[in-house]
Design a protein. Sequence first.
Length: 310
Amino acid sequence: MDPARDALLWAARNHWLREHLPRYRFVRASVARFMPGETVDEALDAAERLVADGIGVTFTNLGENVTDLEAADAVADHYLDVLGRIEARGIDAEISVKATHLGLDLDGDRTLEHLLRLAARSADLGRHLWIDMESSEYVGATIDLAKRLRAEHANTGVCIQAYLHRTLQDVSDLLAIDCSIRLVKGAYREPPEVALQDRSAVSTAFRKLAVEILQRERGTESRLALATHDVDLLDEIERDSAAAEVDRDAYEIQMLYGIRVADQRRLAREGYRVRVLIAYGTYWYPWFMRRLAERPANVWFALRNLGPRK
């Protein structure tokens, strides 16, 4: 158990804190280190700077659990507009969406329709559509959506959380249909019967899953993304893959905007495929708290970053 992590995840779900903390200037200043702004134009401008350094981008519009279908429709339309803007600017960028942001709580078939539209448009532009993973009660439905989407579109990827006990079977099922996978450690507060609680155990699970995926025969259209800021873990996986005679082109490294910026640039210079997730939008509080909870030491990092950026 990690009391600091538990406290941050509790804070992420607390409605009073969600309403009041974002009003404080120091909180907003800290968040600004991890997202370039609340608007899509600010996100696009930041992406152009990253692409100039040889780093690709994935955009996500922060939000989840919409309460009416009109809002879900608006989210889908927003992402279609973003794809058009990406194409107009000619940047290496993709989108990643949450199923509950597209109406999963309300109408699963309507959510799939939105995903099909977004995947088709992404395919037209030669890009992937990624589905974010949410808390454990949504994992089964999200995996099912990914499978149904992959049946029609090869450019489908889904986020998989290493700390869940069910993940090994989910990975096996997704590899069987040649679906792209973004592997993360996991950022939600889950009980012991659902997820590993020890951070070192989660890192071990992440490493084993990465090696398992790399050793399996992969299709030409599927991708593996290792989404972590744990550079020591990435070094271990690099050694594992080299020992198994798997080239580093078999995977890409994904990190968040504003975290380990120097490492992002270094890895890109060293020939790794690197992609940065840029989040934007007004619904940033729970997302930000979950990012801090992934590594509670990031609280100090966030506070320290309130000073001038080097």
